[in-house]
Design a protein around this ligand. Structure first.
Ligand code: GTP
Ligand code: MG
Length: 187
């Protein structure tokens, strides 16, 4: 197989309150593993995912998994530098984590932007959808995403491989057999 002609490095931030499942989402996406036990991230963890964009292009996705305990602290300015995109994660089973989504988004937008001054593309992720009834919170999450200027929103589970997802048009769909919480919904 011939080497790709172009390779891009893309830094993506993963943000959100303590214990919402940021590390679990990254581990599921990069290594397809999941652990029940909770070990709080200290500072920031890094993961790399090579994504084949097309036959000529490879993307090195550098995931910056930032500890929830950093909570809008002064270190986040350093971590956010040169990010191309972000996920803000909340726990669908804990209302308080949905309430702090706007603070994460504000913190992000105040500290990093695209070269043209626009906010970096950011997804709102409602994780742990395996813990709530099918379809629960999807409208609330979607409204929150629109109000706060998120690029899109998705409901995910890092734990189970059957996930509920919100498509680009806002319709709920059940995705089966996906191994990553980050796959876009089929349309
Ligand atoms: N039921 C369920 N539990 C989950 C899911 N994702 C993560 N968890 C559990 O939630 C707990 C916290 O997950 P982490 O991924 O460590 O959370 P975090 O956001 O990285 O937390 P910090 O590093 O402290 O900011 C762990 O016990 C996970 O097993 C999920 O989709 N469903
Ligand atoms: Mg973590």
């Amino acid at each position: 197989m011939s080497a790709p002609k172009s390779e891009y490095l893309c830094k993506v931030l993963v943000l959100g309150d303590l214990g919402v499942g940021k590390t679990s989402i990254v581990q599921r996406y990069v290594h397809n593993i999941y652990s029940q036990c909770y070990r709080a991230t200290i500072g920031v963890d890094f993961a790399l995912k090579m994504v084949t964009w097309d036959k000529d292009t490879m993307v090195r996705l550098q995931l910056w998994d930032i500890a929830g305990q950093e909570r809008f602290g002064h270190m986040t300015r350093l971590y956010y530098r040169q990010a191309a995109g972000a996920l803000v994660v909340c726990d669908l089973g804990r209302a308080a984590t949905l309430q702090s989504v706007h603070r994460w988004k504000e913190d992000l937008d105040s500290k990093v932007s695209l070269k043209n001054g626009n906010p970096i593309p950011t997804l709102l992720i409602g994780n742990k959808c395996d813990l709530i009834p099918y379809g629960g919170h999807s409208q609330q999450l979607e409204e929150l995403g629109q109000q706060l200027g998120f690029t899109d929103c998705h409901m995910t589970s890092a734990k189970v491989t059957t996930v509920y997802m919100i498509g680009g048009g806002g319709s709920s769909a059940r995705g089966r057999g996906h191994n990553s919480a980050l796959y876009p919904s089929p349309s």
